[in-house]
Design a protein. Structure first.
Length: 368
């Protein structure tokens, strides 16, 4: 208390300041500044004794100042705390993609020093299997079969004027004998005749058909005959022709090499000519190929030609020696009987096989 009994407001101001500080910090949600009350009390105690007490308006100004200081302190404290939280919290980082490891390089297989290098070498090409080549040797009155080396492995003598030969199965032969006007079937084991037909005029060609009948080009009889096992004629074509060759086609028609009119004709079962190619001089043989073309042997011209269905030459083998027969083999080669030899030509017209005889008029390749 002061001398004039004026109420001592220092304690009241102190209490008011302390309450104000607490209230401000509670409103801010934080604790009061630990040194604010002490600083206020120190300021009051520093007043000299006897100094006149502050007026109420002065105390109000002091309280207002303290209030502003409290607000500023609280705000500063909150900002510092927020900044500290932001500084200590780790900043989020974008996830980094996981690198894909590069594939390991492939290791080349190392050669085995213990392995024979010849084991990896490609095998040598296997030469084509030629089976047996049957030859009608007209001048020597015989039929022979030769192997791939040209060695005679079968022979049949006394085949008079042998002009055609065809194996039947594994144990028979069908031969045409031009000199004695006969076609006969021979047993290969006994070499005896088991069937024959003689009512002919110098036949050039004979084929055994799938039905068991026999198709014959009766050359100087100017006809083509189909006869059964009893010798009965079951079909014939005899319209101004001299047939050197006749083949029964898969469609039932008959292909004929007609030397009289230098042509190749196809005749149906009714005897009608359904296909014809003229201008084939001295045609001795005609075969229908799997591709629909026709292989034709021209003796006097020394040629074998392949004709398309329109009669156009699409392949030609020239400079032959009086060829009388030609067959296209399954391997694509062409087997030709030409006078004193039989030769096999590949696709490039290179001779890949040959057999010399006295006079070859027919050659036929069989598996056995």
């Amino acid at each position: 208390m002061n001398d004039d009994h004026t109420p001592d407001l220092s304690l009241s101001a102190h209490a008011a300041a302390a309450r104000l500080d607490v209230a401000l910090h509670e409103l801010a949600g934080v604790g009061p500044a630990p040194d604010l009350t002490t600083r206020v009390l120190d300021a009051i105690a520093s007043e000299r004794p006897g100094r006149r007490a502050l007026l109420p308006t002065q105390w109000l100004l002091a309280a207002t100042a303290l209030f502003g200081v409290g607000i500023v302190g609280a705000v500063a404290w909150l900002q510092r705390d927020a900044a500290s939280s932001q500084a200590t919290a780790p900043a989020p980082q974008d996830p980094q993609p996981t690198p894909t490891p590069a594939p390991a390089p492939k290791e080349e297989p190392k050669p085995d020093p213990n392995q024979d290098p010849k084991q990896d070498a490609k095998p040598a090409p296997v030469p084509p299997k030629r089976g047996l080549t049957w030859i009608a040797d007209y001048a020597d009155n015989r039929v022979i079969a030769v192997d791939a080396d040209g060695k005679v492995v079968e022979h049949y003598d006394e085949v008079y004027g042998a002009w055609d030969v065809e194996p039947i199965g594994d144990d028979r032969l069908l031969v045409s004998e031009f000199a004695v006007s006969r076609v006969r079937e021979i047993d290969r084991k006994t070499k005896k005749t088991v069937w024959e037909f003689e009512n002919l005029k110098n036949p050039y060609d004979a084929d055994r058909l799938p039905n068991g009948n026999t198709l014959i080009a009766d050359t100087f009889g100017s006809r083509v005959l189909e006869i059964d096992r009893d010798g009965k004629i079951v079909w014939s074509f005899a319209k101004d022709i001299r047939p050197f060759d006749a083949d029964r086609l898969a469609n039932g028609n008959t292909l004929i090499a007609d030397v009289r009119k230098d042509r190749v004709i196809e005749v149906n079962a009714a005897g009608e000519i359904v296909w014809e190619v003229k201008g084939q001089p001295n045609v001795h043989d005609a075969d229908r190929l799997p591709n629909g073309n026709t292989l034709v042997t021209l003796r006097n011209k020394g040629q074998v030609v392949e004709l398309d269905p329109l009669g156009k030459v699409v392949w030609k083998l020239e400079d032959l020696s009086s060829p009388s027969d030609a067959d296209r083999l399954p391997n694509g080669n062409t087997l030709v009987a030409e006078n004193t030899r039989v030769r096999e030509f590949d696709g490039k017209q290179k001779v890949v096989w040959r057999k010399d005889v006295t006079w070859a008029v027919e050659a036929f390749r069989s598996e056995r």
